[in-house]
Design a protein around this ligand. Structure first.
Ligand code: MD6
Ligand code: FE
Length: 218
């Protein structure tokens, strides 16, 4: 009966070897994070990138950190400057770095030091096709993912594109740490439902913290 009202009880869960789901762990920081996101997008505006094949992502993206992820006709890569403004990407807020490092440590990745934070914004219908995150050299490091706002279904598969996917509901304040033996597993996000959340209106935001290069670079 309570499950009908509150949804299934949610606690930390291992999704795959090296991948851990930490529901609700960012709830106490989510309002502050949204304020900081708005400051970041004031200097590094959201944009819809093109895939190397010439299609456009339905998700709007920007970055903060020493490196930012980009996609265009020449491919996927990380760069230190925002091609829209020509400026360095804004810094990752200090509180985000300590939080991402703490989440990684909780999952067993105590040495994680993020260089890049990709910021994704989903409106109704926006989706992320099944993909691997493999534009990083530092594959011994995990990715730390924070979801804010409207809930979505995260799709996670396995080492091959045709591995069956599991659908995991990601709500505001949920964190996934993704590394180790599942670091290169296929994953995506199902089309966002038309819904609203008090923190973000019609949008879902996702932050992914990444280490790109090895060894250390400032
Ligand atoms: C998203 N996330 O949740 C897209 N990748 O909006 C990702 O593509 C992702 O959440 C690697 C690890 C965690 C992720
Ligand atoms: Fe990804």
């Amino acid at each position: 009966m309570m499950d009908d009202l509150l949804g299934p009880l949610r606690g930390p869960e291992t999704l795959a070897p090296g991948a851990i789901f930490l529901p609700g762990v960012a709830i106490s920081r989510q309002e502050r994070m949204m304020v900081e996101i708005r400051q970041i997008i004031a200097s590094a505006p959201l944009r819809r990138l093109s895939t190397p094949g010439g299609r456009r992502f339905s998700v709007e993206m920007t970055n903060c950190g020493n490196l930012g992820w980009l996609s265009d006709a020449s491919g996927y890569r990380y760069e230190s400057r925002d091609p829209v403004t020509g400026a360095l990407w804004p810094s990752i807020p200090g509180g985000w770095i300590t939080f991402a490092e703490e989440m990684a440590a909780r999952a067993g990745y105590a040495a994680f030091r993020p260089q890049a934070c990709l910021i994704n914004r989903y409106a109704a219908g926006a989706r992320m096709g099944l993909h691997q995150d493999r534009d990083e050299t530092a594959l011994n490091n995990p990715i730390v993912s924070v979801s804010l706002g409207v809930g979505a279904y995260f799709l996670f598969g396995g080492a091959k594109r045709d591995t069956p996917v599991r659908k995991l509901r990601l709500l505001s304040g949920d964190v996934v740490v993704w590394g180790g033996r599942s670091r290169l597993f296929y994953h995506g996000v199902a089309p966002l439902p038309a819904d609203e959340h008090p923190l973000t209106g019609v949008y879902r935001w996702n932050l992914t913290f990444r280490r790109v290069t090895v060894p250390d670079r400032p």
